[in-house]
Design a protein around this ligand. Structure first.
Ligand code: GLN
Length: 499
């Protein structure tokens, strides 16, 4: 068996090796799973590995190649080791959402985004840790223990898709899927130094994604280079009859990556750059990335998003309201943990939901329940929807003047475990990401090297007009020309296991 770390390769490298018969898809699956077994103890990105599914997928690739089918016909992800956030259903696997509530839930069906990845030839390695039900920015709310940041194991990987970001950063998956309701792909992408893409709402089907905020949730890829992220986008995007909000997108997201940014108008938002709480090193990186794009021929324009400052307030009304409604199904009868210690049905609900959900999930449910109650609804939920319309209009107006907006992802780099213990302070992680979910636009985190004081990865955020996700990928590719593809974290590079 070959000892190469296939998970540290790009999609193109894996596929070149398969096409040249340097290795088989079976060897890729074996090597990738061996790598996860050796190195994931330090990171804890995985909640479950899926050996049998991986070998079955690899066999399909090997058999098709042996029968003479050319590799490109097997799909854009043929032979690529890939892993999935644990709120994405995959038949026969546990889909726990990192909650005791769903500890024993086994998916009876597969999410469209996962199925499309498999149809594109990906080798599924397993399911990835997250904040419980995607509530959080650090994976510390996982009921099964946090994930560690591969760049510094004493620090959080961000969240809620922390396992997804960390798996790619540590070379424990070539690409991964996460979900983003308020920043959960982009913030961990920034903390772990990998590309993280939240597509425009409607680009990727939500069928089979355990819902948090149905009007905000969107699935997207993590990768170590822009092209790999675009290839995953090609595989998972497009209309799905099983999700009525999915749109008939048939964009080739790789098509304009090589075009450069000459003639592109890049919007910068002065108010974001002056925001209290933005750390100097992140600010410096965003300014540097702005110069990089300007030097590559882009035109810089200042744009304003006058209502974006209200996004956080609106999100922490709309998000909990939708979460409260979505999580009502976990009642211990049809779904979820059933506490044995009860006398009647009311007691069963109470005991099961009190013990099945962790503190942050309970906080969101109680907040949503209060906000939607009679008399309160008109004061918060309704105005929050009005704010949503204003923010959406802000973006539409801004994009009359620019093709992409460049701004920070998160106010700072990865923090230490336990360092942010106040929930309201934790929510500030999403200062720059939330308005994009509110408006429904695409946004992505693009790694730009290390911060000059922390020495930790910093990502900048590129935001595109709705259904123009290819714009941000194009600008990201120009940044990648300057910064290079994202490396595997040093302690995990060259087969090291983070000891
Ligand atoms: N951190 C945000 C929250 O806790 C966003 C989470 C997400 O995008 N899933 O709500």
């Amino acid at each position: 068996m070959t000892t190469e770390n296939f998970c540290a390769m790009s999609v193109a490298e894996v596929q070149a090796g398969l096409a040249n018969k340097q290795f088989s898809a079976r060897e890729v699956a074996e090597g990738a799973l061996a790598r996860v077994a050796a190195a994931d103890d330090a990171v804890h990105a995985y909640l479950e590995t899926t050996e049998q599914l991986a070998y079955e997928a690899a066999a399909r690739v090997d058999e098709a190649l042996a029968a003479g089918t050319p590799l490109p016909e097997l799909g854009p992800l043929a032979g690529v080791p890939m892993a999935f956030k644990d709120n994405l259903n995959l038949t026969g696997t546990h889909t726990t959402c990192s909650s005791r509530m769903l500890e024993r839930y086994v998916s009876p069906y597969t999410a469209t985004c996962v199925q499309r990845s498999l149809d594109a030839g990906a080798i599924p390695l397993g399911k990835l840790n997250m904040d419980e039900f995607a509530f959080g920015s650090s994976t510390e709310t996982s009921a099964f223990g946090p994930t560690h940041n591969p760049w510094d194991l004493d620090r959080v990987p961000g969240g809620s898709s922390g396992g997804s970001a960390a798996s790619v950063a540590a070379g424990l998956a070539c690409v991964a899927l996460g979900s983003d309701t308020g920043g959960s792909i982009r913030q961990p992408g920034s903390f772990c130094g990998v590309v993280g893409v939240k597509p425009t709402y409607g680009v990727v089907s939500r069928y089979g994604v355990v819902a948090f905020g149905s009007s905000l949730d969107q699935v997207g890829p993590f990768a170590r280079n822009v092209r790999d992220a675009a290839l995953v986008m090609n595989a998972i995007s497009g209309h799905d009859p099983l999700d009525c909000t999915s749109q008939p997108v048939d964009t080739d997201f790789t098509a304009n990556l090589a075009e450069g940014v000459r003639g592109m108008r890049i919007g910068v938002v002065p108010a974001f750059m002056e925001a209290a709480g933005l750390s100097p090193e992140v600010k410096a990186k965003v300014e540097e990335a702005t110069r990089v794009l300007a030097d590559a021929g882009a035109e810089l324009v200042e744009v304003e998003l006058p209502n974006a400052a209200a996004a956080m307030s609106a999100y922490y009304v709309l998000g909990p309201c939708e979460a409260f409604s979505n999580l009502a199904r976990f009642d211990s009868v049809r779904y979820g943990y059933c506490d044995p210690d009860h006398k009647d049905l009311g007691g069963q609900y109470e005991a099961s939901r009190s013990r099945g959900f962790g503190p942050e999930a309970r906080r969101r449910i109680m907040l949503g329940s209060y906000l939607l109650s009679a008399g309160v609804y008109d004061k918060y939920y309704y105005p929050a929807q009005q704010v949503r319309t204003l923010i959406t209009q802000d973006y539409v107006q801004a994009y009359e003047h620019c093709d992409v907006i460049l701004c920070p992802v998160a106010p700072r780099t990865a923090f230490k475990f336990g360092e942010v213990s106040d929930p309201a302070e934790m929510y500030l992680n999403d200062l720059f990401t939330i308005s994009i979910n509110i408006a429904g636009n695409g946004g992505m985190s693009m790694p730009c090297g290390l911060g000059n004081t922390s020495g930790l990865p910093v990502g900048v955020q590129l935001v595109a007009p709705a259904f123009k996700d290819e714009n941000m990928l194009r600008a990201a590719a120009a940044l990648e020309q300057h910064y290079g593809a994202a490396p595997v974290a040093p302690d995990f590079a060259d087969g090291k296991a983070g000891e």
